[in-house]
Design a protein. Sequence first.
Lengths: 279, 393
Amino acid sequence: MAMQTATAGRKARWALLDIIVVVYALVPVLWIASLSLKSKDTIADGNFIPREWTLQNYKDIFATTEFIRPLFNSIGIALIATFVAVILGMMAAYAVARLEFPGKKLLVGVSLLIAMFPQISLVTPLFNIERELGLFDTWPGLILPYITFALPLAIYTLSSFFREIPWELEKAAKMDGATPAQAFRKVIAPLAAPGVFTTAILVFILCWNDFLFAISLTSTEASRTVPAALSFFTGASQFEDPTGTISAAAVVITIPIILFVLFFQRRIVAGLTSGAVKG
Amino acid sequence: MAEIVLDKVTKRYPDGAQAVSEMNIEIADGEFIILVGPSGCGKSTALNMIAGLEDISGGELRIDGQRANEKSPKDRDIAMVFQSYALYPHMSVRENMAFPLRLAKVDDATVNEKVEEAAQILDLNQHLDRRPANLSGGQRQRVAMGRAIVRSPKAFLMDEPLSNLDAKLRGQMRTSVSKLQKQLAVTTVYVTHDQTEAMTLGDRVVVLRGGHVQQIGSPQFLYEQPANLFVAGFIGSPSMNFVPGTLEDGVLKSVLGTTVLTDRVRRLVEAAGGPREVIAGIRPEHFEDVSLVDEKHREAGATFRSTVDVLESMGAEKYAYFSLDEQLTGSEELAELAADAGSADVPGSGSTIVTRLDAASAAAEGRELEVWFDPERLQLFDPKSGKNLTFDG
Ligand SMILES: Nc1ncnc2c1ncn2[C@@H]1O[C@H](COP(=O)(O)OP(=O)(O)O)[C@@H](O)[C@H]1O
Ligand SMILES: [Mg+2]
């Protein structure tokens, strides 16, 4: 009996703690969502629940290229950067996890260094370099720095996943007649997939959320991404307060991230690798 | 079907460790050969070199007369069963077994037929659509075997395939492996650290120690004619008893008393230029309660008298343990052997003598017993080199 009340009490305390954390994390998000659904007149009334519901803000942002074009840029740039960073990261992580080679420690150290490097100090040099090379305000102009800064993250996450793979399976595949490439494709890759997806999500979020490079290395809608574009929102006329439309845009750009996570969550099935070895 | 020859095959790992030294083995087509030795003696390394999973640092590996050192595993056409089974967790049992065939681009109908056939042999039919994670240890082991046999390879390599099973299952699987090998008649190299598996499975046994081949021969031959102390102590269960002794004019003096050597033994020792100090070895099963030995034999044999320390009655036989005063000293070989095998595995290397007596023996713990043995069965070893002085190969 005493035991039960003790566990019940503990449960209650945990539940309370969980609620606090969830509320703390969700209130700003819900606030933004609420703002985006308010009409122009009630936007500053301070109510959490809108008194007048409207989808006008959403209609407005999708009515102009001011939002649609950056959204397209964001999706394209983040996807390409993620793809390239994950592919390169996979190769590097494989080497880090599996091979002994001179300079391995150096490689890991340097990638850590890049991750820690204050990005703001690179903005001015990058701005000048990209202007010289004609990369300024282009997709590659953003994709390249994103890859650079996503790679350390990708290498780190992937190499810790790769270390967990039962590599004896690779030997088994070779004995079964697979070439090294086949062993990788048919045996190792499916087992590495959960790690790759997780890494892809993290890298995608990193690129998707970037504001610094997006604001500094773009100047027009040709390559401006949503986080940067938000700061240029003006609303329908110059004299209109764009709070509602900014909120709507902010809600819209969180949707891909949520979808991304939900979609891949099912692939990150824990225990996929169990049963390979004796057990 | 293949003949596999290891010609002075050597493995040196990049860190400098010499795992296998100048190994010479000729494996005949269809032969079942066992590599046995204590943990870390280089068995897996040797097997991986045959498989092509480890590079060969020196010497030559020939499969069917052709040099195979540089061939990739894929081109050697050898199947392997791993200690951990190494099943593909993301594939069903069927796909696991079909995998080698799919890689070989065999058509679907044949793949199905072969998988069903292998499943039939291994009694896996009901489990074909399950995932390895949902199978028991014994079933996983059989899937691993199935994956090896589906494509009818030139040879099988097995690295301690039964060591993750419990004792009973291991016994059953041992019988099935043996039957399977006879049925398929495919050259098989089987690695184990368990001397019972070695004795019961193979046509021939290779005893390894520290990367060196100690002796190659049929299980019976290794049992009867061990080339040295190591093999003598490793093969046989319980292990051979070892006692130090001095040899003079064909008479052995030891804790077992003064024993007159038989002519055969004496001749062999003299031919081997035996030293005065020797280690005498005799197996537990070569002792008997003196009261159960008939007159005729009793005359020809020797006896010693001591108090039974521990008596284990197994029903069909009794094991009587004696503590003899004298400590065994002076043989580095024996000390190493005890260390290698874990001294508990070599009860004879202390001052304990293990004897296997007939179940009819009246031996009782704490009482004196006179024990008989046949001097013809004595094996004498050089304490320095460990060489068997009575070896008659
Ligand atoms: N990859 C490796 N690098 C360095 N030394 C190794 C490696 N693999 C095995 N060894 C060493 O080689 C010796 C033989 O190992 P192994 O063949 O695995 O023994 P066994 O299978 O008989 O237990 C051991 O001393 C072991 O430490
Ligand atoms: Mg081993």
